[in-house]
Design a protein around this ligand. Structure first.
Ligand code: NAP
Ligand code: MG
Length: 481
């Protein structure tokens, strides 16, 4: 596999600097690969290739049905190489092989299939405005898309951008997260096998501050699609203002997971667990604030803590493991720092809070952690931890739950657990978040839009909304007078 090269214009080549860097397996602390360290010069080459492919190449010009077949072929190739891709993802991120192999890579393949269906259904409108004119709109590709993705769902979140961008006829440059470039590089090889024309899809790994920023500043890029932290997203928006390129931002969250006293307690317990511990809490939509109605608070928290203590943390490749290590040494320090902050601010540590020794003691493992007695004023309730740390906040009634749920700068997701349909639907309306789950958590579908309110960003990925992020509307007026 080509890891120490960049993929530009359909060719593998060394980065201009000739430099590489090491990626580390978070479960073993061993080097997993030497990866090309791309910089501004590599990004420039990639954008030139994407520009040529868009301005002169076959991709935006070929029959939509032909683009569909190539996207479908890509999905088949992901499926055919699923085990290898899943292993790369787990080695890079520390997520369990079950999660990469049974959940995330299959979903990525599904996203390609979903958008393969869209290529032939992208259309404008004809408008009957007056006798002396024939007026219609065209939906055209934007041009060259720069995609920047984070390390928590490296290939899945890339697929949410690649599939719709390509379906609409754009060309693109992908900058994966420095920690997790391997599946993006493997996918680049698959694009060669699928017969994607050269220059349509390019990958340049490298530091965000250099390679990422170069993609945002470059005048040859028409749109930047970013998933990552709110701070970096704000910087990207500022920089993109220089050329007014289009921007879509999927940013962080501090999502409220609201459990009413009339909920199915068993289901709500499962939802609280997956809400915060799926992928070690490194989930933008994590249910990191668990709001529990006073009346059931102590009973619910008691049962939850029992389950958390039984959660198996360990080797991500082991089938019985439920939670792997956090992604990096730095992330481990961040998580432990928040545990310390929670203690200092007076929250009660109900379980967890320590680094965990697994096997020979190597790996960035941390105990699944629950704080109770948290208020929305505390840092552990306000800031995104991006780790397996749950803040439990009590509430009085539905109004109080909505008020506290919305008391955040973020607005990515929310969930409510109740048997009362009216209460659930009122909450779904009132919660200021891009997704509201009712009696569920962390459910996604390629056809259902996902994205944020407030500082969780703007634009919706997946579904038709996700396609609209990659097209321009053009109005055509034909004078008939
Ligand atoms: P991050 O630091 O914002 O990085 C995301 C990506 O941006 C990486 O590829 C990174 O490159 C790059 N980058 C960093 N600084 C940049 C800059 N100045 N200009 C251009 N690109 C730059 O986020 P992360 O640490 O990877 O991921 C965690 C964050 O992502 C969390 O806050 C989480 O909420 C958010 N997230 C949101 C969603 C969503 O769908 N809403 C999904 C997943 C994650 P390097 O890797 O080289 O730093
Ligand atoms: Mg970062």
């Amino acid at each position: 596999m080509h890891t120490s090269e960049i993929f530009v214009g359909g060719q593998w080549r060394s980065p201009v600097s000739g430099e590489t860097y090491a990626t580390i397996n978070p479960a073993t602390e061993e080097v997993s690969a030497q990866v090309a360290k791309g910089d501004e010069r590599d990004i420039d080459l990639a954008i030139q290739a994407a520009r040529r492919a868009f301005d002169h190449g076959p991709w935006p010009r070929m029959a939509a049905a032909e683009r569909s077949r190539i996207l479908w072929k890509l999905a088949d190739l992901i499926t055919a190489n699923l085990e290898e891709m899943a292993r790369l993802e787990s080695v890079n991120t520390g997520k369990t092989l079950f999660d990469s192999g049974k959940v995330e890579l299959p979903f990525a393949a599904e996203v390609f299939r979903y958008y393969a269906g869209w290529t032939t259904k992208i259309h404008g409108e004809t408008l009957n405005l007056r006798d002396g004119a024939f007026t219609f709109t065209l939906r055209q590709p934007l041009g060259v898309v720069g995609a920047i993705v984070p390390w928590n769902f490296p290939f899945l979140l890339a697929s949410w951008k690649i599939a719709p961008a390509l379906a609409a006829g754009n060309t693109m440059v992908l900058k994966p997260a420095s920690l997790t470039p391997l599946t993006a590089l493997r996918f680049a090889e698959l694009t060669q096998e699928a017969g994607l024309p050269e220059g349509v899809f390019n990958v340049v790994p490298g530091p965000g501050s250099k390679a990422g920023m170069a993609l945002v500043r470059h005048p040859g890029v028409d749109k930047v699609a970013f998933t990552g932290s709110t701070d970096v997203g704000k910087g990207i928006m500022r920089e993109a203002a220089g050329s007014l390129k289009r921007v879509s931002l999927e940013l962080g969250g501090k999502s409220p997971n609201v459990v009413f006293a009339d909920a199915d307690m068993e289901a709500a317990l499962r939802g609280a667990m997956t809400g915060i511990f799926y992928n070690k809490g490194e989930v933008c939509a994590a249910g990191s604030r668990l709001l529990v109605e006073h009346r059931i608070h102590d009973e619910f928290v008691g049962k939850l803590v029992e389950r958390v203590k039984g959660l198996k943390v360990g080797d991500p490749m082991d089938k019985t493991t439920r939670m792997g290590p956090v992604v990096s040494a730095q992330q481990l320090q961040t998580v432990l720092g928040y545990v310390e902050a929670g203690r200092r601010e007076g929250a009660t540590l109900a379980t967890g809070g320590e680094r965990l020794q697994v096997g020979d003691g190597r790996g960035y493992f941390v105990q699944p952690t629950v704080f109770t007695g948290v208020s929305n004023a505390m840092r552990i309730a306000r800031e995104e931890i991006f780790g397996p740390v749950l803040s439990v906040i009590p509430f009085k009634d539905a109004d109080d739950a909505i008020a506290q749920g919305n008391e955040t700068f973020y607005g990515l997701a929310a969930a409510v657990w109740t048997r009362d349909v009216g209460k659930a639907l009122r909450a779904a309306r009132a919660l200021r978040a891009g997704t509201v789950w009712i009696n569920a958590y962390n459910l996604f579908d390629a056809a259902l839009p996902f994205g944020g309110f407030k500082e969780s960003g703007f634009g919706r990925e997946l579904g038709q909304a996700g396609l609209d992020l990659y097209t321009e509307v053009k109005s055509v007026w034909v004078d008939l007078s």
